[in-house]
Design a binder for this molecule. Structure first.
Ligand SMILES: [Zn+2]
Ligand SMILES: [Zn+2]
Length: 266
């Protein structure tokens, strides 16, 4: 088998989210919660040419996912793959850009961007029409699944066989309960339209391993209600208790918040 499928989180968390997935021929950016300058530096750090960027995929319109979108569309003129409701909700914050860049996509429809096959799948989150993505090449498939209140069968079906998955581990239940957030915000985060806790993420990881995932990157960790070592410990414990062995059955890492994470390949 030739070529590679490589990925790196450029930013991860409520301050901004953006993930790059690239083959030797082309690359796509999932979410643009990063400044234009931040993206340029990240691509340089990763030795990835901006000319390889063939599409931007958006999960949902929350500002930590689209804050750089307008600038990046104007600067790089890359096609924007987005569903109708998310586009409508995002439009007011994008400023002017070439409307010919818009490609409307639909959940569970497979689309081809160069050598990459993309599929969006719906998730439960308090946004217009939030989705996760799978990005596949002949090397296999990468799944991206953050900003969701719970994992349902649609999610597992979409992620089945993805060798590498970005999975949200947003908060520790105790830290959220004891923390300073207003009660309403705590309830929103813990609801079915909020985010996954470390415990929920651990349970989801057991299922992902059962269906073929080998590498998991915990993502979108809360700054206030989580710590990377705590998220890793909680999920590792869940997987160990389920009989899986780290290093043998799976690799587990956490995406960096403010910086480019170590690239991973499948
Ligand atoms: Zn988010
Ligand atoms: Zn969100």
């Amino acid at each position: 088998m030739v070529g590679y499928l490589r990925t790196s989180a450029l930013r991860s968390g409520s301050s901004g989210n953006s993930i790059l997935v690239s083959s030797d021929q082309s690359s796509v950016l999932i979410d643009t919660g990063i400044t234009g300058k931040g993206l340029a530096c990240a691509l340089k750090d990763l030795d990835e040419s901006p000319d390889k960027l063939k599409g931007i995929l958006i999960t949902h319109e929350h500002c930590d996912h689209i804050s750089g979108l307008g600038v990046i569309l104007r600067r790089y003129k890359i096609p924007l793959f987005i569903n109708k409701d998310t586009l409508k909700a995002a439009m007011p914050s994008l400023g002017k850009f070439d409307p010919d860049l818009i490609r409307v996509i639909y959940p569970e429809e497979k689309i081809q961007i160069d050598d990459l096959e993309i599929m969006a799948f719906p998730v439960s989150h308090d946004a217009a029409a939030p989705v996760g993505y799978t990005i596949s090449s002949e090397r296999g498939s990468v799944g991206i699944c953050t900003d969701l209140g719970y994992t349902d069968e649609r999610v597992y079906k979409a992620l089945a066989g993805s060798k590498l998955c970005y999975l949200e581990a947003n908060y520790d239940q105790e830290l959220l309960k004891l923390g300073s957030y207003p009660l309403r915000l705590k309830e929103r985060i813990a609801s079915h339209h909020g985010h996954l806790s470390n415990d929920e993420s651990g349970l989801a990881c057991i299922r992902l391993l059962e269906q073929g995932t080998e590498k998991i990157i915990l993502s979108h960790l809360s700054l206030e209600n989580n710590f990377p070592h705590l998220a890793l410990l909680t999920v590792n414990d869940a997987l160990t208790n389920a009989g899986a062995k780290e290093g043998l059955d799976y690799q587990l890492t956490a995406a960096r918040r403010f910086d480019v994470s170590e690239p991973q390949e499948i």
